[in-house]
Design a binder for this molecule. Structure first.
Ligand code: SAM
Length: 254
């Protein structure tokens, strides 16, 4: 992969720096002559903050494109389950750094891909970064990136031949019932169009029982709905498995 391509990381650097900062703040006073008991307390507290730092670094390593490339693997899985022939237009909801939209464009050279995101402050992603990535991957003519929200897509009903999304709906703050976001994505998919959506669908608090949710999607008029758990599809170490145990794919035909 070219050096100028930057797909970022799902674990934001600010979280890592936050834990590291607190750890160092607690450690620095112990370098000065202070009471031993206070020194011990500060060491213990510093140790407590070191643990989440190590954990986040571990996740950062596995997600990073350069190392374990787990983000790439999840995009591949979404595309693999899409069952699309690549004719027409596809939409990537919550495109982030554009990775999934760009991989889709590369797989289907005759297609046109839209990637939308609200590009808030939580991640270091931006529209410009997506456009740069598309250019460096040689698909700039095929992909359009646009600022928009997953909760209110600026597209007409049935406008797209395929819809994808990866690890986005649970992050959308302005919609309490995350099932509405799936409905909104499916609204802009044409009858007979293909979809492949990956999110924390096994989180009962967000989506209710998965069996009930699938039934509900069918009641919305979706003719074929399939379901797989991400941890069964992608080989991953235990630490990632635990972190992503609620992640699953819902895919099929409208
Ligand atoms: C974990 S990242 C996943 C990004 C990308 N789909 C990927 O697979 O790399 C979550 C993404 O959801 C986006 N997001 C959060 N709320 C959104 C909203 N209301 N509308 C569109 N995108 C949103 C964030 O900006 C971020 O890019």
């Amino acid at each position: 992969m070219s050096k100028s391509i930057n797909y970022g990381n799902w674990v934001s650097r600010s979280i890592i720096y936050f834990f590291l900062g607190i750890f160092l703040l607690l450690l620095i006073p112990t370098l000065f002559p202070i009471l031993s008991i206070i020194k011990i307390i500060l060491w213990v507290l510093a140790g407590v903050w070191l643990l989440p730092f190590i954990y986040m670094m571990h996740l950062f390593y596995y997600f990073s494109v350069k190392n374990n490339a787990f983000q790439f693997k999840t995009w591949d899985l979404v595309i693999q389950k899409l069952l699309w022939n690549g004719q027409g237009k596809a939409l990537d909801v919550g495109t982030g750094s554009g990775g999934l939209a760009i991989q889709l464009a590369k797989k289907f050279p005759k297609s046109n891909i839209w990637g939308i995101d609200y590009w808030g402050k939580t991640w270091d992603y931006s529209k410009q970064q997506c456009e740069q990535n598309a250019k460096h991957e040689g698909v700039a003519d095929q992909v359009i990136f646009q600022k928009a929200s997953a909760s209110n897509l600026p597209f007409k009903e049935g406008e797209f031949d395929a819809i994808v999304s990866n690890f986005v709906f649970h992050e959308v703050r302005d919609t309490r019932d995350k099932r509405e976001l799936v409905n909104e994505s499916l609204r802009v998919l044409k009858k007979g169009g293909r979809f492949s959506l990956q999110d924390t669908f096994l989180n009962k608090r967000r989506y209710g029982l998965i069996e009930d949710f699938i039934k509900q999607i069918k009641e919305w008029g979706i003719q074929q709905v399939n379901f797989v758990e991400t941890v069964d599809e992608i080989p991953m170490p235990k630490v990632i498995k635990t972190e992503l145990k609620t992640m699953a794919l819902i895919y099929g035909i409208k």
